[in-house]
Structure formats: C-alpha cells, structure tokens
Design a protein around this ligand. Structure first.
Ligand code: AMP
Length: 442
C-alpha cells in the first residue's frame, strides 16, 4: 500500500457526540440502591395484606377513558387536566390509569366478583400516571400500593382498612404517622350540604382563586381543600359537613371513630378533608407522616375512603366498598431519610479468580457448577490482576478463593485457597462442589 505523506493524510474529524436521550419529564428510574428500600416497603405491605386476608389483583395500566371520566369524576383535576389520554389505531379512546380503584371496580364487575364470598378483599401495586407539574414528591409516573374491600358497608371495615394502612406504615418503620379523617356523607346529606356551601361561597366569590370560581357550580366541596392561601381563609369559615350529616352517616362515622379509639389509632378530625376524587362517600382519610421537615407537612403519604356509589356508577349492582392507597415514591423518600440500613451486606462463600483468556473460559464452567448449589459465588470475569481479584474476594468476605491460571486451565484443575489460613490445595474441576463443601465445613 503506498504510504501517504503526513500532510496528505485526511484530516481526522472529531466524532460528533450525539445528544443523550433523557427520561420523559416527571418520570424517573429506580436504581439498585433505591430498590432495597422499595423491596422493604412492598414486601412488608404485601405480607400485611395477605395476613389481613387480601388477594392480589393486577389490572391493565391502560383503561377506556370513559372509566375514569365516570369513576373518578368529570370535574376533578385528574380528569380535567392530568390524564395521559390517546386514541389507539383502532380508534378506541384510552388513558393511562391515574389511580387504581376505578380499574379494580371495573374488574370486580366484569369478573362477576359479586358472586364470590363477600366482602372481596383485594390489593394492588403499580404505576399510575398524572400530567401534573413535576416537583419533589410529585411525578408524572408514580407508583401506588392500594387495598380495597368490596361488598360490606359496616363501619368496622372502614376502621379495618385504616388499621391496615396504619399497620403497614408501622411495619415499614414509619411509626410516627397521624390519620386525618372526615365524613363527606352520602348522596342525600351531601346534596343539602352542597346547597349550604354554595350559598356561603356565593357570598365570598370575589375572594376565590380562578379555579375555585369555576368549580363552585359543579363541585363546591373541592373548594374546601384548595391550597391557595386566600381560598383557605374562606374555607375556614365555611359550614362543616360534619354538622350536616344525615342520621345514618352520622352514626356510621361515630362508629368508625369508636373502632379507631379501640385500636388506639390516633386521628385528627379535619372537616376540610374532601379528597380529590368524586367517588368517595362517608369516611375519607389521609395518612400523614409526623415530623418537622417541610415535606412531611405538605404531602400525605396516602389516603382513601368509602366509595359506596362507585360499583353502581360503573354499571354493577349497588355495592358498598372502601379502600386506601399510598404513593410508593413518597414512602420511599421518607424511608430513605430514616437510614434504616436496608442494603444487604454482600458476602460470598467462594470467589473465582482467573488469569488469562483460557482460564477465563474454564472458570465459567466452575461458576456453572456452583451457581446451582446453595454455595454463594462471586467472580470477576473481566480482566484484572490476581491481586485486585483477591482484594475483591476479601471485600465480599469469601472464605475460599478458587484460582485458575494457565496451568490449571490446561490440567482441568483449580487451586482452592482458604482465605483465612492461606492454605492451598489443587482439586479437579469435577470435584469442585464436593471439595468446596468439605472446606466450608472445616
Ligand atoms: P390520591 O390517589 O390522589 O389520593 O393519592 C394517594 C397517594 O398517592 C398520595 O398520598 C401520594 O402519596 C401518592 N401520589 C398521588 N399523586 C402523586 C404524584 N403525582 N406523584 C407521586 N405520588 C403521588
């Protein structure tokens, strides 16, 4: 090949760096160090639900948009502004689920669960999507863990669901939680109360934010939990639903509180708690972490309530129900701050050390023999000096290092080194499991 003179050589163009693609706004990865926390939260929550007699349900992440419009409510922030909705190639209007209850209720009806022994107790976990303004503790994809009891109207069940939520937080290690609770009544007492509330707010209309002015006509109760300062001031003087409950709702609520007293769960009555979803009736509650950090004061870990009208509204037989959910990210952020030391210490019985290409191939065979046994095995299949590999073996507190060099690779043997005493012996690959077991017993 003719040599090209230096000055004639083609100029090397600097490689153009492609712009990295980032996660969608408001969505995030959950990396291994966080997974220990997530496992801790979810394993304890699942276990507690199972102990309480709940069965796990998984529903699709995508549902017909109509389900949420009817279920969550047309005049709610979620349906008005926050849904990820799209049309499929076949023209179906669907949405990513913004919450879990509507899908569970759809499934209850569709799968004829009213014929199962009542009440039906279900728990679920998974991604939810809301097109909200992303900020600390508020994401566009987030995860919820939730539990629902369908087919029972007793206040004991409301209390039991709150008790379950409370127990889950205790088990996770968030001991200092408080329950805020209210009753928003049934359709009958709520209709009367809404009239009272509308009359009150009509007189104060000039003091309200734009959203509240708009909501006043269709959903006056939502004005009570508006977080705008000026609206909170008006809400403080508003008539309270608790004073306007019908006798049935009043007795139901009183009874729920008596059960909570019995269970020694501390609660705070919050007459402005109405929750952001239309389907609630009677008991509503939120669970807050106590603490003086600003986040604890601003965001609830979870919440729930009774929704006696939802099954009927979605086309099933009228069926009372109650449930709760918590946001896994918010709980994980809280747990992370508590430094519970959840990351397991990685220890291995055996560590594989190899030198050279042939040895690297042979050592894979040894790994294959060990991985199906109860012996835990670590390796560094990449390159690395024997010194650095032994250092890693020490880091994982391996009791035995199995070393394969060029000679051992050709002979079909490995050197088994007791990491504590430094004693070494040569064993044939076929006997490696037997010999390692013998050395571990020593
Ligand atoms: P909700 O379904 O609105 O009652 O919310 C129940 C729980 O889900 C809340 O208490 C939060 O812990 C969590 N949550 C709701 N919306 C979000 C969000 N956008 N990002 C993270 N967590 C959320």
């Amino acid at each position: 090949m003719p040599r090209v003179k230096k000055e004639e050589q083609p100029e090397k163009k600097p490689r153009k760096k492609t712009k990295p693609i980032q996660a969608v706004k408001g969505m995030k990865d959950i990396l291994p160090p966080e997974q220990y926390v997530w496992d801790h939260i979810l394993e304890n929550s699942r276990k507690m639900c199972q102990d309480f007699g709940f069965g796990r349900i998984e529903t699709p992440i995508v549902e017909n948009t109509e389900l949420f419009k009817r279920g969550v409510g047309q005049v709610t922030d979620i349906v008005e502004k926050e849904m990820f909705s799209f049309e499929t190639q076949g023209g179906d209007k669907v949405s990513l689920r913004p919450e879990g209850t509507a899908g569970v209720v759809r499934s209850y009806i569709e799968n004829g669960m009213s014929r199962w022994s009542q009440p039906v107790r279900l728990y679920y976990e998974g991604s939810m999507f809301r097109y909200d303004k992303p900020q600390q503790g508020r994401y566009r994809e987030f995860h919820q863990f939730g539990a629902e009891v369908l087919g029972e109207d007793s206040p004991a069940i409301d209390a039991q669901v709150i008790y379950l939520a409370w127990k889950i937080f205790q088990k996770i290690g968030i001991k200092d939680v408080s329950v805020q609770i209210n009753s928003i009544g049934c359709a009958t007492c709520r209709a009367k109360y809404k009239k009272l509330l509308t009359d009150y707010y009509d007189m104060k209309i000039n003091k309200l934010c734009v959203d509240c002015k708009r909501r006043l006509e269709k959903n006056p109760m939502r004005l009570l939990d508006c977080k705008e300062d000026k609206c909170m001031q008006v809400a403080a003087g508003a008539p309270q639903i608790i004073d306007n409950l019908c006798p049935d709702c009043h007795d139901h609520f009183k009874s729920v509180l008596e059960f909570l007293d019995e269970l020694e769960i501390s609660y705070v009555l919050n007459s402005n708690l109405v929750r952001g979803l239309d389907y609630y009736t009677k008991t509503v509650f939120e669970i807050w972490a106590e603490g003086d950090d600003s986040e604890s004061r601003q965001t609830a870990l979870g919440g729930g309530g009774r929704y006696d009208g939802l099954v009927g509204l979605l086309g099933g037989e009228e069926t009372p129900a109650v449930g709760f959910s918590f946001g896994t990210e918010r709980v994980a952020e809280k747990v992370m701050k508590m430094n519970l030391n959840l990351e397991p210490k990685i220890t291995k019985d055996v560590f594989l050390v190899q030198l050279g290409d042939l040895a690297r191939r042979k050592v894979m065979k040894v790994f294959d023999k060990l991985i199906d046994t109860d012996i835990t095995v670590g390796e560094s299949f990449g390159r690395g000096s024997i010194k650095s590999q032994l250092r890693t073996a020490n880091k994982v507190r391996a009791k035995i290092a199995l070393i394969v060099g060029q000679k051992e690779a050709l002979d079909g043997t490995v050197i088994a080194r007791d990491m504590k005493s430094g004693m070494q012996e040569t064993v044939i690959v076929e006997d490696v499991v037997k010999e390692v077991r013998r050395m571990l017993r020593k």
